[in-house]
Design a protein around this ligand. Sequence first.
Ligand code: SAM
Length: 227
Amino acid sequence: MIRQLFRQPDRIARRVFELYADASRADRLHLRVRWATCPVPAIDAEVPTHGRVLEVGCGHGLVAAYMALTCPERSVVGVDIDARKLVIALAAAEHLEPHEASLQFASSHDGAVPAGPWDAIVIVDVLYLIDPDLELALLDACVAELAPGGVLVLKETDVVPRLKHSIAKAQELLATRVVRITAGDALSFTPIAELAEHLTDSGLAVTVRRVDAGYPHPHSMLVAHQR
Ligand SMILES: C[S@@+](CC[C@H](N)C(=O)[O-])C[C@H]1O[C@@H](n2cnc3c(N)ncnc32)[C@H](O)[C@@H]1O
């Protein structure tokens, strides 16, 4: 289960870490742990290799930076409600070489989804921080901003297997209530199947699969294509 914690960063991840060389030791450590515990390459693989890509709830910008660096023909924009994290993300993006990647960050203090059309919208470990009543509204807002044929890529921790769910829940209680490294209104883990059902009912073609092999958390990936 802890195999991934000792996984070496790949070439792109090493370049991402270079971008954060000026960040505090605590933030750099956070990014290293985030890389080790989140299946970033699996998320990246679901995103089109070119076009306009939005990450909602980008945090420090690790996933957005990884997506921008793997495919320079992607134009990646990350938004978040947390101004402190965005300062770190913006500083990292400034270290990109000209033409190395297209990466921008912006504040979304009211949680609004920036106007599309987006070829892909990516959400990674954000919904559990949002009031359950507002989760589906956020998904609907994302779907409304997708380009025809666009894709919504959602990575959340599921509620099964139960042991992995308990680990994820304990860690997030620590992050939101004790260390306060993560901002959010709520802490609720909606089963991925419920999110998939909602998006299917909205007319999207949805697939869900586990991406938790070797990870301590119950990572689950939902990919929803606009028809
Ligand atoms: C666990 S972090 C994940 C960050 C990033 N997606 C990643 O995978 O590294 C969750 C992020 O969601 C952000 N967030 C919470 N509610 C949000 C909302 N309504 N709109 C946008 N971002 C939100 C938080 O500020 C935080 O940065």
